[in-house]
Design a protein around this ligand. Structure first.
Ligand SMILES: NC(=O)c1ccc[n+]([C@@H]2O[C@H](COP(=O)([O-])OP(=O)(O)OC[C@H]3O[C@@H](n4cnc5c(N)ncnc54)[C@H](OP(=O)(O)O)[C@@H]3O)[C@@H](O)[C@H]2O)c1
Length: 502
């Protein structure tokens, strides 16, 4: 039977419009499946773009098509419609897959730390920051991989980056000891200069339940506890600069868990699942960000009032005073090595479908846009406690992630896991609050400048089983000597916090 090869302009336009429509539908479905920006506004905008190629197609079919058949206007109109389809396709890809790029700013003189910077989003984030002039510390667990990344970045960026702008510093973020050593080394070396940008980027997706040598569940230890401790230990350095920024790289998958699993954080009795544990750790990133920002606001407004009372210039003026902010980001669906620890069928499924997935995902450089935007945009000075997707604030955060009582409980649990204790008996910040049971709301004696949310009554006793944290899977006791050595975290005013005090 002879095959029909009718490639009339009408057929070509139909195929073009069909592809644009189908792409819009698939992008919508993909976003839904990956929990990305599930807002009515997103889907309305997507629906409008999906309809855009259909309207002129209908006009072409029902009005001019028959009368123009065979003449050159017919071809011209078909070409215009194809161009329109291509434009719509590009708009969908640009707006709903890649998102906008950050604006370049001058970062000369600034210091940034990026964890997990030897590959993927972290590597590209480091490259962009260095290209804008910052000195970037690549905090990685493998010297070889980090040095290879530095060589590659220098080669790709040509003369835009000086070799002295990129430094490898060893950090295994899943080890509290390593985090303590890193922070202590930074404080010693950086001295008075301070830290402008901290990007808590390193992350893992683990197929099986694992415990770290300190007895923490490895996904939560890497993705949350290590970064929690790192941020608190480096807080005095962030305070030294005029605009210190903490960026926590979370994920839209923070919406997977309906609640935070305080009862069994080590998965001793509950079943471990890759997406469950990962979602939990990414939920912890958002909760930590919001709670940190709440505490920073109390701290900073107390300090501004104090300075204002003394009549010093710029007491409450945001443009003049020093400020530290914390935000969380979802980088998008990015083709990186993050899937390396997935079960083989998911890993190979992803590899095989990779050419198709490229239509719905970002490359690592595009995945770094939002982290870089949040870390550098002058418009975001003083703005914290937000969740960013595609360089824009989104309210598409799960209800549990927005719950301050859950955030407070996680904070207490994280302090306990990291061995943070109060040096001055300040009940609102130290681990002394962790085991003190539910309390009625009371006036705290927290001094001005304490990193307290001032409403401790919301926090209830965590029912966590952190047994392995205390004893350590390897039998080591409590928090590591490195953390103990790093000693004190000054959080403003008279309040001081000891790390793992003996
Ligand atoms: N890719 C996505 O679609 C996506 C989506 C949402 C959120 N995210 C988040 O984005 C962040 C970056 O992920 P990615 O996609 O760029 O993944 P990636 O390519 O696998 O990079 C992860 C980085 O984290 C480092 N890392 C892992 N465990 C570490 C540890 N214990 N100590 C120090 N560094 C450690 C890795 O170092 P090694 O090479 O030594 O292992 C690597 O440099 C993660 O937090 C991830 O959860 C990614």
């Amino acid at each position: 039977m002879p095959l029909s090869t009718d490639v009339s302009p009408l057929n070509v336009v139909c195929v073009g419009s069909g592809i644009a429509f189908l792409y819009a539908v698939l992008v919508g479905l993909w976003r839904w499946c990956t929990y990305e920006a599930r807002t009515a506004e997103t889907y309305l905008r997507l629906a409008a773009l999906a309809a855009a190629p259909l309207l002129p197609l209908c006009m072409f079919v029902f009005t001019s098509h028959k009368s123009l058949e065979g003449c050159k206007w017919h071809l011209l109109l078909a070409a215009l419609l194809l161009g329109w389809d291509a434009y719509v396709l590009h708009r969908i890809w640009r707006n709903f897959v890649v998102g906008p790029r950050f604006q370049s700013v001058d970062l000369h003189g600034k210091v940034a730390i990026v964890t997990g910077a030897n590959t993927g989003i972290g590597r590209e984030t480091s490259r962009f920051l260095a290209e804008m002039g910052a000195k970037v510390i690549l905090a990685c667990r493998s010297k070889d991989r980090a040095e290879e990344a530095i060589r590659a970045i220098l080669w790709e960026s040509g003369s835009k980056i000086k070799p002295s702008q990129l430094e490898f510093w060893p950090l295994d973020v899943s080890s509290l000891q390593s985090v303590g050593d890193f922070a202590a080394a930074f404080q010693e070396k950086a001295g008075h200069k301070g830290l402008d940008i901290l990007i808590n980027n390193a992350g893992v997706m683990l197929n099986e339940r694992r415990l770290t040598s300190e007895g923490l569940e490895a996904t939560l230890a890497t993705n949350h506890f290590g970064h929690f401790l790192l941020t608190l230990l480096l807080f005095p350095e962030l305070e030294k600069v005029s605009d210190g920024r903490v960026v926590n790289v979370s994920s839209s998958l923070h919406k997977v868990p309906r609640a935070f699993n305080f009862d069994d954080p080590l998965y001793e009795s509950s079943a471990y699942s890759l997406f469950g544990a990962y979602g939990q750790s990414k939920l912890a990133n958002v909760l930590f960000t919001f709670e940190l920002q709440r505490r920073l606001e109390v701290l900073q407004s107390n300090e501004a009032n104090k300075v204002g009372r003394k009549g010093e210039r710029g007491g409450g003026d945001l443009a003049v005073r020093r400020v530290v902010t914390a935000n969380a980001v979802h980088p998008g669906n990015v083709q990186t090595e993050v899937a390396r620890n997935m079960p083989w069928y998911l890993y190979w499924g992803q590899r095989i479908c990779s050419p198709i997935l490229w239509c719905f995902s970002k490359n690592p450089a595009q995945g770094a846009y939002t982290s870089v935007h949040v870390a550098t945009s002058p418009a975001l000075r003083g703005i914290g406690g937000k969740f960013f997707v595609n360089c824009d604030v989104t309210g598409d955060v799960s209800a549990v992630a927005r719950d301050p009582s859950v955030a407070g409980r996680l904070w207490a649990m994280s302090e306990e896991a990291c061995g943070l204790t109060a040096a001055t008996g300040d009940a609102t910040v130290g681990s002394s609050s962790v085991n003190s049971g539910p309390r009625k709301k009371r006036k705290t004696n927290a001094p001005a400048g304490t990193m307290s949310n001032g409403d401790e009554a919301r926090h209830t006793t965590p029912k966590t089983s952190l047994r392995n944290v205390r004893t350590g899977a390897n039998g080591s006791k409590g928090t590591s000597p490195g953390v103990r050595r790093s000693a004190r975290l000054r959080v403003g005013g008279r309040a001081e916090r000891k790390i793992g005090s003996k």
